[in-house]
Write a protein that binds this ligand. Structure first.
Ligand code: HEM
Ligand code: HEM
Length: 181
């Protein structure tokens, strides 16, 4: 099934979810280590990879949101109203965090006067003027939202595992692929 139904996720949403989760986790890990490396080819390579993956994520998050608006979204499998609202809020905060992360990363690079190239194919124009003040603000946003992303990730994965192993419901299974997909 390509589209979501009231009770299940369609194959396009599942692909968006798992591919983006993978790239976001990889990009977070690169961002986390690259700043501490000594200047040299590895640092240069990882900075460019981080920016390229970031642009990819930025592009896909808007496609994904577009697809989400074209679809119904299955309700969380949860009777407790508060937990239901929490589950939905984590999903919305994820989208917000990812959009802010990509724009603040782009702004930070612009403020430092660094280029933002997509795998060497094309470069994004500077988002803000080059200045130390802009660079400080953008870095602080990028870094703090990065931490918030970790918090959301822990709640999200913890909740999935709780549903799967303790409540033993369909939450994780309905986000995973069926044999026919
Ligand atoms: C979802 C996408 C992204 C994630 C999860 C992410 C994550 C991170 C993390 C965790 C850091 C380390 C922050 C710290 O040291 O406190 C970082 C640093 C950085 N990120 Fe991103 N980032 C993303 C997108 C981008 C984009 C799109 C760009 C630029 C176009 C970018 C450019 C940078 C730069 C230049 C640094 C600074 C490294 C340094 O000087 O220490 N990031 N990112
Ligand atoms: C950074 C990584 C991740 C992000 C940004 C993310 C984001 C999201 C979002 C936004 C949704 C809502 C549906 C949608 O709009 O596509 C969702 C649903 C879901 N995610 Fe993730 N996710 C991530 C990683 C994971 C991981 C690692 C797991 C499992 C261990 C997981 C399990 C689920 C499940 C089971 C659902 C369906 C929830 C429900 O039916 O109420 N996610 N995720």
């Amino acid at each position: 099934m390509l589209k979501n139904t009231n009770t299940n996720y369609g194959v396009i949403t599942k692909n968006f979810h798992w591919l983006m989760a993978l790239v976001i986790v990889i990009n977070f890990s690169i961002g986390f280590i690259m700043g501490d490396l000594e200047r040299g080819p590895l640092r240069f390579f990882l900075f460019n990879l981080h920016k390229s993956f970031g642009i990819l994520i930025l592009f896909f998050i808007f496609l994904r949101l577009f697809w989400r608006f074209m679809n119904v979204v299955p309700d969380p499998l949860q009777e407790n109203k508060l937990l239901k609202v929490t589950a939905k809020s984590v999903h919305y905060f994820f989208y917000a965090a990812i959009i802010i992360l990509t724009f603040s990363g782009w702004a930070y690079s612009s403020a430092r006067g660094a280029s933002v190239s997509f795998f060497g194919l094309f470069s994004l124009p500077p988002l803000v003027e080059k200045s130390d003040a802009n660079s400080d603000v953008a870095f602080s946003i990028h870094s703090n939202i990065g931490l918030i992303l970790v918090g959301l990730f822990i709640i999200h994965v913890g909740a999935s595992l709780y549903h799967h192993y303790i409540k033993k419901d369909q939450t994780l299974k309905r986000m995973w692929f069926k044999k026919s997909e």
